[in-house]
Design a protein around this ligand. Sequence first.
Ligand SMILES: [Cu+2]
Length: 120
Amino acid sequence: MRIRFGAAVLLLVLAGCGPDSTSAGTPPAPSTSDSVASGAVTVEIKNFTFTPQRLTVAVGTTVTWKFTDAAKHNVKATDKSFSSADLGDGATFAHTFDKAGEYPYICSIHQYMTGTVTVR
Ligand SMILES: [Cu+2]
């Protein structure tokens, strides 16, 4: 009984780590994964987080950021190759990546919000 109870508590704790279970997550270990997204790729901006935070796409892919937060956010590339206005819930911003490379970006309103698009 004691052991079972402990396991149940552990499960509850683990389940509590992910408050948002509405969308399918990306694999946690992208380093060995070879999945390169192409076509229409969406990054959701919700709860002050870019999801997925790291993204690998093929050259020529258009990435659309979907703003679904009550607070306003923006998407600004560190190298200034793309930059959105401050946008609120329901807005979208799209950028087509024509050159291979690594494109880190932030929300300049909340600079702890970071993401990276890798193009190859
Ligand atoms: Cu923000």
